[in-house]
Design a protein around this ligand. Structure first.
Ligand code: TXA
Ligand code: MG
Length: 320
């Protein structure tokens, strides 16, 4: 099987109705979608991604009403966040109803819900009588896809159809928020800035409880290119790597190196987020022995960018 790339919504819907996998565009990254109410279909996502069963999926909905059919009545803060940020890059972890199969949530009693802001996928969701479970459409632990071609490169042999919605406008995954003892907590920084969320619900702390039964180091190592990645002061790292083929992923200023990508010459964090994953892929393909990268300012979308860079670097130490 070789995936077809196209914009045929009816074909995408037909595959999904048949319990098959379709890659879908969202504003954050491409997702690998299946019928979220069909356990067998959702299980195929884990197989195709080689994703461990303990890592739960996000369920995508076309409306707040559809979301509310899938969870227990949520806290008032969750409703306020839906009003403020849906459709958009914000995922809310809420108590699930029984109609969501356990494979989707890895046996947790909560479900992660989000209404994506991409016209093509919104139209697809509106045509379907079920919501879509969809993780990022990459092999487990690897760089997330921000174009249809990225999906085809990693998963093209394993899925029937890739719905092409162009390059993703946000470029990093959604922010994931939940509630612990009635207080909003952050599970993952992402495309909705924490500062904007805090303007709606007040202070948000990092999650304390471990929701995933995973070994902690495992999920820390993620988003990894095949080339080892080191994070720190680029100039110092370049000096240390003198004589080797070193590629550079810089925030706003290029360096002479084997290969170099600048995330945003004007220092714009939204532009940097949009370019992050495709720049990582390009550097990974540049034949370097090492990629060196630097953190960006830890604010707004910068939190999500730094989180992904840290995990990519952690994957390196996990391999060695
Ligand atoms: O922007 C996004 O969120 C993209 C697009 C496709 O929507 N999706 C995405 O999915 O990034 P994925 O599978 O790569 O990451 C989903 C993460 C899981 O790894 C897990 O950490 C968290 O969401 N998650 C899902 N369900 C959860 C739950 N019930 N409780 C806590 N975390 C959950
Ligand atoms: Mg992912």
């Amino acid at each position: 099987m070789k995936a077809t790339i196209g914009t045929d919504l009816e074909r995408a819907a037909a595959h999904l109705r048949a319990g098959e996998l379709v890659a879908i565009p969202t504003e954050t990254v491409y997702g690998l979608a299946a019928n979220a109410l069909d356990a067998a279909a959702s299980l195929r996502i884990f197989e195709a991604k080689q994703r461990p069963a303990f890592d739960p999926l996000i369920v995508h909905v076309h409306s707040r009403e559809q979301a509310l059919e899938l969870c227990e009545p949520p806290p008032a803060e969750a409703l306020a966040l839906m009003d403020a940020f849906w459709p958009g890059p914000l995922t809310l972890v809420l108590r699930k109803r029984a109609r969501i199969p356990d494979v989707v949530t890895s046996g947790l009693d909560t479900v992660a819900l989000r209404q994506p802001a991409h016209a093509l996928t919104a139209e697809l969701l509106a045509r379907l009588p079920f919501p879509l479970a969809a993780p990022s459409a990459n092999l487990f632990g690897r760089t997330s896809p921000t174009t249809a071609q990225h999906v085809a490169e990693q998963l093209g042999e394993r899925i029937a159809y890739i719905l092409d919605g162009g390059p993703c406008s946000v470029g990093v995954e959604s922010t994931i928020l939940g509630w612990e003892d009635g207080r909003a907590v952050l599970y993952r920084p992402g495309g909705t800035p924490l500062e904007a969320i805090e303007r709606v619900v007040g202070r948000v702390d990092p999650a304390q409880k471990r929701v995933l039964p995973a070994a902690p180091g495992m999920l820390a190592a993620h988003y990894a290119p095949r080339t080892p990645l080191e994070l720190g002061d680029i100039d110092a790292l370049l000096e240390r790597g003198a004589g080797r083929r070193v590629a550079v992923l810089a925030f706003d200023r290029p360096r002479p190196a084997h290969a170099c990508r600048v995330l945003s010459p004007s220092g714009d964090l939204a532009e940097a987020a949009r370019r992050l994953f495709s720049s990582l892929r390009e550097l990974d393909a540049a034949g370097a022995e090492l990629i060196v990268a630097e953190c960006v300012p830890e604010l707004g979308l910068g939190r999500a960018i730094n989180d992904r860079l840290r995990r990519a670097a952690a994957a390196r130490s996990a391999r060695h």
